[in-house]
Structure formats: C-alpha cells, structure tokens
Design a protein. Structure first.
Length: 188
C-alpha cells in the first residue's frame, strides 16, 4: 500500500534527528549508515510514500575550514569509487549513471563514501569537496532514478581529522534545531 506524502525526509540515524520533531505531513525514513543502507531504504520509502521532494539531513565531516554548523549541499560525488586504471577516481567504470548529482538548491560539495574520514585526502581537495558523509550520493542517485528533486542539509559535526570520532559523538544531534528552522522556512 502506498501513502502519498509530498516530502520525504531521509536521515541516517534517529540520534541525528527525532521524528517527533518533524511535521506530521512529512514522511521520515531512517536509513542507517552507508551507501547500501541509504539506497535500499530510500528506494523503499519512495515506493511507499510517492514523494515529490526528497530532503536529506545529517551530520558531515568538514573539510572546508570556512564552514561550520549547517550547510546546504548543491553537488555530491562518490569519494570512495576508485577503480583505476579502469576509470578515474570517483567514476564507476562501465556505468552510464552520473558520476555526480546536483541539487535544485544548495551551495557546497559533499563527498560520499563508506568510510569515516579521519585524515587529509588530497583528491578531496582537488575535487573542491567541502564536507564528507556516508549516505548522500546514494540518496541522490535513487532520487535521480525516480526523477524526484532533492535537497540536502548537513551539520558539520567534526573536522574529518584524527579527533573526528570523538567530535561526531559529542555533536551528533547539535544540528537538529538549525535544520528544523530551515525546514520551517522551506515549508512557509
């Protein structure tokens, strides 16, 4: 049975955002961590809720030292696809799907991968990646497949360095109020 909701909110973990704080007319899907979890849950949620917009909210490691708190994502790439020499890093070989996805809104670039970033990666700097996460590329890919626009808001929880794990645990839910204010503005 499908239930139509105009907006589907996709979040990795309940610790990042409690569903009880979200307006009742917005469907919420918690994916768990990683690209496979994000893709499968997003696909199921799209089929179930039939949204016309997907919004992603979550934590991210900050690479751009000029950024803090809540940022909007305009572009996402896959930072851990590395099949060289078959294709350049970030490109899936023998695949016709896009190597990047662009949102209808947003300003910054996110690099998604199935690893928690704790050290400098020169390739990310070359690609002008501002923040890193573990789900957005998969969410954007599934949204693209269903021709549904997406937006993403990332709360910078850590500096993607050797202290990232501790920082992330301390700040996992610090972006909730900032995001809820952005959501309120979006809905008005």
């Amino acid at each position: 049975m499908t239930i139509e909701h105009p907006i589907l909110l996709v979040v990795a973990l309940k610790n990042e955002l409690e569903a009880i704080t979200i307006p009742k007319n917005i469907a919420v899907a918690y994916t768990g961590i990683g690209k496979i979890n994000a893709a499968t849950i997003t696909q199921s949620a799209i089929i179930h809720y039939q949204p016309s917009l997907i919004i992603n909210f979550g934590t991210a490691g900050g690479l751009n030292p000029k950024l803090s708190e809540l940022v909007t994502i305009g572009r996402v790439i896959q930072r851990d696809m590395n099949a060289q020499p078959l294709a350049p890093r970030g490109i899936t070989p023998f695949c016709t799907k896009p190597a990047e996805y662009v949102s209808e809104s947003g300003k910054y670039t996110c690099g998604t991968g199935d690893s928690f970033v704790t050290s400098t990666d020169p390739w990310l700097n070359e690609q002008k990646v501002d923040v890193v996460d573990m789900e957005l590329f998969a969410i954007a890919a599934i949204a693209h497949q269903h021709q549904i626009p997406w937006r993403s808001y990332k709360f910078i929880s850590d500096a993607a360095d050797d202290q990232a794990g501790e920082q992330w645990h301390e700040k996992i839910n610090h972006g909730e109020e900032l995001f809820l204010e952005e959501l309120k503005q979006l809905l008005s």
